[in-house]
Ligand binder design. Structure first.
Ligand code: SF4
Ligand code: SF4
Length: 363
């Protein structure tokens, strides 16, 4: 059995401002020696916020990370992937515009934004793994083409996983649309008939021809239906429908979702071994994740910035610090019926990392 992982912690004040977080990020990055992992085209993977949201790691801090990457000899670019749900991040163009609206302009942060999974989430690479649920995971291709990466995560509660930070930022955040669907749902989409306006925007995007006018309906305007036998669950129709008329059943169990998420993270971590580092912000910790697109008050005082190279160890340290500081777990403060430690236990089981860590406080 290998020894514990080292996790570096720079403590901040209880309501850290952007400048304080930027300084903490610089110190954590240096203490963990993350610069030694940087080379060539370097992805700075973060979540740049859903419209109306506030809790995401801000441009001032991302600029600091970009400067650190450049100083270490890398050529940084900001990256993330498109989403399954209907919002402002469903395709690369809308997400690119939102990134600029949120202040992550090349002038402000010093690097451009590139969606790692392409225009509609289909730029993907299948990576074989030895997981419990998956033998192969579908990941954003350009997140694997980068020479190195800095994973910039924001710890929050989550309505389906209870807790989300580094593992989620990699496992869900670097999965292609197909990879996200595999994690979220084993079911096929359905058309919500009273929302479908018959525009047919979805048709050219369905590679298998599974979606088409519902022959059982005889009205003037066609309403789409999906042939479950031909549907692969790729989610292309979800991205192309602007009427929110395509729905998936998200009622997949939290345990299965967390385990699948850890397995997708494993695929990326294995491919990028020795070429990535993690900075995880335990500040402005909210009940919901940054996908929610609304301003939420923090649940608890800020803890600071954690750095290291083992996503399981970092997330374990995040959970422990939050529990010690608040006398109860993050899930108890947000979604008490969920247990976010499933992703940690499964991550350790499949070799993503270790829950045993040595916490080095950076003075
Ligand atoms: S894109 Fe949406 S609204 Fe248009 S036909 Fe397809 S399902 Fe109906
Ligand atoms: S999920 Fe993919 S295969 Fe299924 S109907 Fe939608 S576009 Fe077609």
């Amino acid at each position: 059995m290998s020894g514990p992982a080292v996790v570096y912690w720079v403590e901040t004040s209880e309501r850290a401002g952007e400048e304080e977080l930027a300084v903490a990020a610089r110190r954590a990055f240096a203490a963990a020696g993350l610069g030694s992992r940087v080379r060539g085209l370097t992805a700075v993977k973060s979540h740049f916020g859903e419209r109306g949201g506030k809790g995401f790691v801000p441009p001032r801090v991302i600029r600091e990370v970009v400067e650190l990457v450049r100083a270490a000899g890398g050529t940084p670019f900001l990256t993330d992937t498109t989403t399954l749900y209907t919002g402002r991040r469903t395709n690369a163009l809308d997400y690119g515009a939102l990134v600029l609206e949120h202040g992550f302009t090349p002038e402000a942060v010093g690097a451009p934004f590139l969606c790692a999974d392409g225009l509609v989430g289909a730029n993907e690479t299948e990576v074989p793994i030895e997981g419990v649920h998956h033998r192969s995971v579908a990941l954003a291709a350009d997140a694997l083409r980068a020479s190195s990466a800095v994973i910039v995560s924001h710890a929050t509660g989550h309505l389906a996983t209870g807790f989300g930070a580094t593992i989620k930022n990699i496992g869900m955040g670097l999965a292609s649309r197909r990879g996200k669907l595999r994690q979220h749902s084993r079911l096929r989409p359905e058309v919500v008939a009273d929302r479908c306006i018959g525009c047919e925007d979805c048709l050219p995007n369905c590679a298998t021809g599974a979606i088409g006018p519902d022959a059982r309906r005889t009205g003037k305007t066609p309403v789409m239906a999906i042939d479950a036998e031909r549907c692969t669950g790729c989610g292309e129709c979800l991205a192309s429908c602007r009427q929110d008329a395509i729905r998936f059943d998200w009622k997949v169990g939290s345990r299965q979702l967390q385990e699948a998420m850890a397995e997708h993270a494993l695929g990326w971590v294995r491919r990028m071994a020795g070429r990535f580092g993690c900075l995880t912000f335990v500040a402005h910790v909210t009940k919901n994740c940054d996908c929610m697109g609304r301003r939420e008050a923090p649940l608890c005082p800020d803890v600071g910035v954690l750095a290291g190279t083992d996503p399981v160890a970092i997330d374990q340290a995040v959970c422990d610090l939050l529990r010690e500081r608040n006398g109860r777990t993050l899930e108890a403060m947000s979604f008490p019926k969920l247990d976010g430690s499933v992703q940690l236990a499964h991550g350790e089981r499949i070799g993503l990392g270790t829950r045993r860590y040595e916490l080095v406080r950076v003075g």
